[in-house]
Design a protein around this ligand. Structure first.
Ligand code: PLP
Length: 389
């Protein structure tokens, strides 16, 4: 049996060995982290160590980390009109988001649909800061949510510049850094993000843990999503998922310690992958190729191709990649990210994403290119026979 090649790290990264060990050790503990006895304190220690490690990954203070069930919940917690800055409890009347945000941000949190405005991106997939500035200037102060890097294209967004604009107009900036973490340096203070979202399973932790991180302690959640016990200083009630949080901390520490090496490794693989794609298929389009992108992400399309055919073709050859199109209820919808970039539907429908990580090898990339060649040949044979579907 051949060995599978996993090139879908943006969907979920394999568990790092350190995270696996931390989760197993945590599962062996019986205490509730809110209990004052020794068993409870042992569980609490794991959570507080993880808080330190997650904070360190983004240059934040541990006390400003709120653990959640993942990136989706962290985004939902952040997007509320009831964010309070110290004594300033005046609700936000509007939310501005970029047109390429993850669905968990596009859902708008607790803002009414009419209070959410989309800011367009330019053709390379970078948010249009001129439009952002005009939107901020033309109404009441706003909460703004922008991603640090896009999950489909990997295109990095100008967060520090956006933060300067948002703050000039008295707004707050939330940054979804789920895909950027572990793939580029992130510092909450240098970025100027008031709130920042992370997800454990994108950096080699377990699925089902994430964090919303505040830059300043004075920011409060007037209406937490989950109310009840006083866990997470009242911002997120419920007994903590100790094993997943411990694994998150271990993954964050490993990602931080190896960041430079892992970035260099992924960048070299991307170079090899994209040089190979260009050599084999000069007509292939790599999205965001001319702007700064995550070192691990390539979104590529071929005129006439269908993403689902390619993804299945790769899977049958033991390679996991994903399509650039969101698939729900059996229907393949065109990617809102590519639509926002003005990519014609015909071209967007062939987009597939290959995303790598620390464990990806050059042999994996070469195998991907071999299969790409095979699938493209099949496609052109069909075209010649007039069977292009
Ligand atoms: N934000 C971005 C940019 C993502 O790519 C994802 C997951 O794909 C999420 C948020 C949601 O994270 P989670 O899977 O932890 O809910």
């Amino acid at each position: 049996m051949s060995v599978r090649v996993y090139l879908d790290w943006n969907a979920s990264a394999p568990l790092r060995p350190e995270a696996h060990a931390a989760a197993c050790a945590a599962l062996a503990l019986s205490g509730n982290p809110s209990s004052v006895h020794g068993e409870g304190r042992a569980a609490r220690r794991l959570i507080e160590q993880a808080r330190e490690d997650v904070a360190a990954l983004v240059g934040a203070e541990a006390r400003n980390v709120i653990f959640t069930s993942g990136g989706t919940e962290a985004n939902a917690l952040a997007l509320s009109p009831m964010l309070e800055r110290g004594a300033d409890k005046q609700p936000f009347a509007r939310l501005l988001i970029s047109a390429i945000e993850h669905p968990s941000v596009r859902a708008g949190g607790r803002f009414a649909p009419g209070a959410v405005t989309e800011v367009p991106v330019r053709s390379e997939g970078v948010v249009d800061l001129d439009v952002l500035e005009r939107s901020l200037a033309s109404g009441s102060r706003a909460l703004v949510s922008l991603m640090a890097a896009n999950n489909e294209t990997g295109v990095v967004q100008p967060i520090a510049a956006a933060a300067e604009i948002v703050h000039r107009f008295g707004g707050l900036l939330h940054v979804d850094a789920v895909q950027a973490a572990g793939r580029m340096p992130l510092d909450i203070n240098a970025l100027g993000a008031d709130l920042l979202t992370l997800s454990a399973h994108k950096i080699g932790g377990a699925k089902g843990a994430g964090a919303l991180i505040k830059r300043a302690e004075a920011l409060h959640f007037g209406d937490p999503l989950i109310k009840g016990g006083g866990q997470e200083r009242g911002a997120r009630a419920g007994t903590e998922n100790v094993a997943a949080i411990a694994a998150f901390g271990a993954a964050a520490a490993a990602a931080r310690n190896r960041l430079g090496d892992e970035i260099a490794h992924m960048a070299a693989l991307r170079e090899r992958l994209e040089a190979g794609l260009r050599a084999l298929t000069p007509e292939a389009v790599i999205f965001g190729a001319d702007v700064e992108r995550l070192p691990n992400t390539t979104l590529v399309t071929l005129p006439g191709a269908k993403a689902e055919t390619l993804v299945i073709g790769f899977d049958l050859e033991d390679i996991a990649v994903s399509s650039g199109a969101a698939c729900s209820s059996g229907k393949v919808a065109p990617s809102h990210v590519l639509a926002a970039m003005g990519i014609p539907r015909e071209l967007a429908r062939g987009a597939i994403r290959a995303s790598t990580g620390a464990a990806t090898t050059t042999a994996d990339i070469d195998q991907f290119l071999e299969v790409w060649k095979k699938l493209v040949q099949r496609l052109s044979i069909k075209e010649k026979r007039g069977l292009a579907a």
